[in-house]
Design a protein around this ligand. Structure first.
Ligand SMILES: [Zn+2]
Length: 359
C-alpha cells in the first residue's frame, strides 16, 4: 500500500521546549540514549520518524542541554538557528520532490546546500531519489570544520529513496565517521535499504503511538471525530492527515465497503490513484480477515457487507496489487477507479466463478 503520507512540514523542539508531536517523548529519549555516530530511525509511515530525526539533530546541536539524555532546549542560539533553518552545522538531505512539501525551502535548507557545495536545483528520477551527487557533496560538507561547538549533523529522509549508488557512496562515511559528523537516517521502508547500510547504523524502531495521544493530537489539527480515520489509517496519525488532504472524510469512511458492494465508485472519484488503491486494499483485507474469522482492522465490522467470496477477494487483491505496481502510469483515472470497484463488486456477484475484471 503505497501512499504519500509524509509529514506536512519539518518541525522542531519549540521555544517552550515542547516536542513537535506529543507521542515522541519515548522515542526521542531512546534515540538520545544511543551513543554511536549513525542512527537509523524506522517504523511504519506516518508515526513521526522524520520528526524524531529532526529533534535528535537539534538536540545534538543544542548548546544549552542539561545532560546528554535531555532533548534540545528550544531557546539557545543554536536551537534558534535550527528552527530558522540557518544552522551552519545542520544539513538535511531529502528528495527534491519532498523539499517544498516539508517546508524545507522556507527553512533555508537551500542555504545549507549552498554550504555543501550547491546541489542542483534540477529534479531527477521524478525528483524522488536522494542522488549520489547530493550525498557526495554532503560528505564533503561533513569533512569541513564545524562552525559552532557541537559538531555537524546530516539528516537523510526517507533513507529508502537513496538510490543504490548513493547508498554505496554513504557506506564509507558510516563505517569511518569523518571528524565530528553524526548522521540520522530515517525511513518507513527499512526492508528496501541495503543490508550493508543498515548494519552500519544503530537502529531505533518506532511503532504506532498510544491511541489517546494520537486522537488528542488529531483533534488539535481540526478533526472532529478522529477515531474512525485513525483506525482506517492503522493507528498512524500523520497518515490520517494525509488521507484527509487527499479528500477522504471520516463520516463517509464506514460507507465505503457497502459502496463497493453496490459497484458505486463515486465516493472515490477525484482521489489520487495510490490513495484509491490503498482504500480498496483495506476494504479487501478486512473482508478477507472477516471471511477467516479474524477481526477487521480498518473498518467497523458492521460496515462490511456479508457474503463476499474468498476466491473473488483473492482475484480482486491481485488486481489491486498489479495496479499498485503501476500507479505512476498515466491512467485514465475515472475509468480505472470504476474498473477496480466493479472488480470488487464481483466478490459478491459470482462467488464461485469470480474472474479478474479486465480493464
Ligand atoms: Zn538549545
Amino acid at each position: 500500500m503505497s501512499t504519500q503520507s509524509v509529514p506536512a512540514r519539518a518541525a522542531w523542539v519549540g521555544a517552550a521546549g515542547q516536542l513537535p508531536l506529543p507521542w515522541l517523548a519515548r522515542p526521542v529519549a531512546q534515540a538520545l540514549a544511543h551513543r554511536g555516530h549513525a542512527l537509523l530511525v524506522h517504523g511504519p509511515q506516518g508515526v513521526g520518524q522524520f520528526e524524531v530525526a529532526l529533534v535528535l539533530a537539534q538536540s545534538w546541536l543544542c548548546e544549552a542541554r542539561t545532560g546528554p539524555d535531555q532533548h534540545a532546549c528550544g531557546q539557545c542560539e543554536a536551537c534558534r538557528l535550527v528552527q530558522a533553518g540557518t544552522h551552519p552545522d545542520l544539513l538535511i538531505l531529502v528528495p527534491q520532490a519532498l523539499r517544498e512539501v516539508l517546508g524545507l525551502s522556507a527553512l533555508g535548507v537551500d542555504d545549507n546546500e549552498a554550504a555543501a557545495g550547491g546541489t542542483s536545483k534540477k529534479p531527477s528520477a521524478g525528483g524522488r531519489e536522494i542522488r549520489v551527487a547530493d550525498v557526495r557533496q554532503a560528505i564533503d560538507w561533513g569533512h569541513q570544520t564545524s562552525s559552532r561547538s557541537q559538531g555537524k549533523v546530516l539528516v537523510l529522509y526517507p533513507a529508502q529513496n537513496l538510490n543504490r549508488v548513493a547508498a554505496n557512496a554513504l557506506l564509507k562515511t558510516l563505517e569511518e565517521p569523518t571528524g565530528s559528523l553524526r548522521l540520522v537516517l530515517s525511513t518507513f521502508d527499512v526492508q528496501a535499504l541495503l543490508p550493508t547500510l543498515t548494519s552500519r547504523c544503530q537502529r531505533l524502531a518506532m511503532s504506532v503511538p498510544e491511541r489517546q495521544l494520537a486522537q488528542a493530537w488529531l483533534r488539535e489539527q481540526g478533526l472532529n471525530e478522529p477515531e474512525i480515520l485513525l483506525a482506517g489509517a492503522g493507528g498512524r496519525p500523520q497518515e490520517v492527515l494525509a488521507m484527509v488532504r487527499d479528500g477522504l472524510d471520516g463520516r463517509l469512511w464506514p460507507a465505503l465497503p457497502a459502496a463497493v458492494r453496490r459497484g458505486r465508485a463515486d465516493m472515490l472519484m477525484g482521489l489520487p490513484i495510490p490513495r484509491v488503491v490503498d482504500v480498496l486494499q483495506k476494504v479487501c483485507v478486512d473482508l478477507m480477515s472477516r471471511s477467516q474469522g479474524a477481526q477487521a482492522q480498518f473498518f467497523p465490522s458492521e460496515a462490511l457487507p456479508e457474503g463476499a467470496s474468498p476466491l473473488g477477494l483473492a482475484a480482486w487483491w491481485r488486481q489491486l496489487q498489479r495496479t499498485a505496481r503501476h500507479e505512476d502510469h498515466p491512467w485514465n483515472a475515472d475509468l480505472l477507479i470504476e474498473s477496480l470497484v466493479l472488480q470488487g463488486r464481483q466478490c459478491w456477484l459470482a462467488p464461485d466463478k469470480a474472474k479478474p475484471h479486465v480493464c
